[in-house]
Design a protein around this ligand. Sequence first.
Ligand SMILES: [Zn+2]
Length: 464
Amino acid sequence: MRIYNTLSRKKEDFVPINQGKIKMYCCGPTVYNYFHIGNARPFLFFDVVRRYFEYLGNEVIYVMNITDIDDKLIDQSLREKKSVQEISQKYIKAFYEDTKALCIKPAVFHPKATEYIGKMIKFIKELENKGFAYEKDGDVYFSVEEFKEYGKLSHRKIEDLKVGARVKANLNKKNPADFTLWKKAKAGEPEWGSPWGKGRPGWHTECVVMSQDLLGESFDIHGGGMDLQFPHHENEIAQAEALSGKPMVNYWMHNGFLNINGEKMSKSLDNFFITRDILKEYEPETIRFFFLSKHYRSPIDFNDGLMEESRNAMANFYNSLTNISFLDFWKDDIEYSPEILEFEKKFKDSMNDDFNTAKSIATLFELNKIIRNENKYSLKIRKQAAMMMTKLGRVLGFFENIDSLIKAETDHLSGDLINLLIEYRNDFKVDKNWKMADKIRNDLKKIGIELIDKKDEVVWKKIL
Ligand SMILES: [Zn+2]
């Protein structure tokens, strides 16, 4: 498997630290609002990374933090006239609801920043003791000049890092590029006691402490949106590696931006969409298809045309799966014929090439063609294609609802009984007893089972 590593700016062979056990971290939500459709991209994409590793037989320890203390939460609490805690509780709940609606599996750990304050203080103190951090007026800063490799992720040099024109230079900092580890609390703000007085940790420290606590000093993959490369991830590396002297992360993965109708999403352009609202208009799988139909590092444009295309593609898949009525055939240990197995190999080749989901979706389309081509392929091969399409689609988080259909339909007793009735009906037909044959069909229909007469067999399905 090859993964594009932001550190080296090229695709590298993926070698996990421990074979069979992947440790990965993705920056999670700051819970001051509903997450927008741009935030949904990393949540959804790294869910697929995790699913693919699991599909390959790995155990995946996947961590996604929840930032529940931050300036943005404090501002929002003033706007909504609620406590910071009420704000975080409200939007944590919404985060779980909306990710679940998108068929995103919960991470193995969702640590909250406020549960780690003690460990963060200890971490900052250690940085201070070793000369990487200094205190000034109750704030603590990281001294970028003390970490020789500062800038290695974003490929920037300290000398080039100028304080933006809009930001008033902070005279307490030794170097304008120094960043805050601990922030002194203003009156009325949430605060925790520390060796430097009352305050709260900075965001960059939160992610380092939580990821290293749960995954160790070095782990395999750290993900997030491209906009987090600098300063957030650069600052995570500086703190972690200053203390441990080891690489914090072996593979840094960043997803590209999302635009809306060709423009950057912004509140002022009135094109700011929260995922919750998009979910009212489009099915979760349509949204998943939309994101996964482009390579994760490419920019993606959210527009009605693309969303309609995604919707049609999913409808097309479902249509094929429903029509072939393969669910009676479902088994986990099915033996596929070589021509169907070939598609699994193709799918893996695409995914192994830096998670090329766009190409792996093309494989689903090829399987779909087989399912629909009655003239060229036997029913057996077409059913196998349907099974394979479902199996591979699930790696991308599609076809989750088919699960319940399968469970219901493979209920052994009722399945066997229906097949028995189909056999009796066939016998009646051989005897030209059409009255009894029709009675069986009609009576089954009354209890919600439809028999479909095909060329060489009779199949049944539940009437939904
Ligand atoms: Zn982070």
